[in-house]
Design a protein around this ligand. Structure first.
Ligand code: G4P
Length: 289
């Protein structure tokens, strides 16, 4: 694939997660609501179903995602056995505060003083795990000398007397099989890629936007999208903003960057890059290749 972050030392993270899974009652998998399937690591599913652990699937960053697409994903995940799907944003404390009781419902036999509810938070980088963890811990009454050491290894923290949280090391990048997943991830996270890749990513994003949200492009940049392709959209952004290189030609790199930034910050509007049906189409295309 064009984009691949899978690092060689991933296996260590998997091993650690495998061990921790044994002592876990509920797995929280955090994904990005704008691209729930592309931002999910299939390894999480494998590890937890092997041990028959229930899952609270958190679709985070719903403040940036298309609410209709999010509703479709929730329905999709809720139809899976042993899964509760929950759409939220870490920006809303009320959303965060519902998590412990959702977990408790998935493991009703735990959560008593002798058997605390053991929750493991998993997910690929940048989906909001640390933010979520911090938000959960904010509720906790901090005891002096009880602060968790910030290390590369796993943290294990009591949320309250009956609930323990662990957090896996951040190295949970999936092996990316489909180019479209790599592009969606790159578009959504400000991961350092080189300029050439970034332009390719922006063209991919522009094509998704043309297909799913042409009216948002018109609203933001003031051009009509009929007959445009991805490259034309980026040129349109640059023309609109007056981005020129020396000599007067359009600055394509800067225009591409602006489109990506406007998507990432939410300036373009609430956008989801995939839905369950669009995912099914991409999987079928990939299988046919
Ligand atoms: P990680 O542990 O899974 O790697 O993710 P982390 O919590 O570091 O969050 C990654 C980025 O996502 C952070 O932004 C964080 O603020 C942002 N984020 C987390 N939850 C939400 C959410 O519900 N909505 C939105 N819009 N953003 C969220 P950053 O750019 O790295 O830092 P910052 O400048 O936002 O602080």
């Amino acid at each position: 694939p064009a984009i691949q972050w899978f690092p060689g030392h991933m296996n260590a993270a998997r091993k650690k997660a495998e061990e921790t899974m044994e002592n876990t009652d509920v797995v929280i998998e955090v994904v990005d609501a704008r691209l729930p399937a592309a931002s999910s690591n299939p390894m999480v599913e494998k590890l937890r179903t092997f041990r028959s652990r229930p899952c609270l699937k958190i679709l985070n960053k719903t403040d940036l995602a298309d609410p209709q697409a999010t509703a479709e994903w929730i329905k999709f995940y809720e139809s899976q056995p042993n899964v509760t799907a929950y759409a939220m944003t870490t920006k809303k404390p009320a959303d965060v505060n519902k998590i412990p009781s959702l977990c408790k419902k998935l493991a009703p036999h735990r959560g008593v003083p002798t058997k605390p509810l053991r929750i493991m938070i998993m997910g690929i980088p940048n989906v909001g795990k640390s933010t979520l963890m911090n938000a959960l811990l904010k509720k906790r009454v901090a005891k002096v000398g009880d602060e968790p050491a910030v290390t590369k290894s796993q943290q294990r923290i009591y949320l309250d007397q009956f609930t323990v949280l662990t957090d896996t090391p951040g190295l949970m990048w999936p092996k990316i099989d489909m180019d479209s997943d790599g592009f969606m991830l790159a578009a959504s996270h400000a991961i350092g890629t080189n300029a050439v890749i970034e332009e390719e990513v922006a063209v991919f994003l522009a094509e998704v936007l043309l297909e799913r949200y042409p009216e948002l492009l018109t609203a933001r940049y003031g051009f009509k999208t009929e007959g445009m392709d991805g490259v034309a959209v980026i040129e349109g952004v640059g023309a609109r903003r007056g981005y020129r290189v020396k000599g007067g030609d359009l600055d394509f790199e800067k225009s591409a960057h602006t489109l990506l930034l406007d998507y990432r910050t939410g300036a373009l509007g609430r956008i989801s890059l995939e839905t369950p049906p669009s995912r099914a189409v991409r999987l079928a295309q990939h299988a046919a290749e």
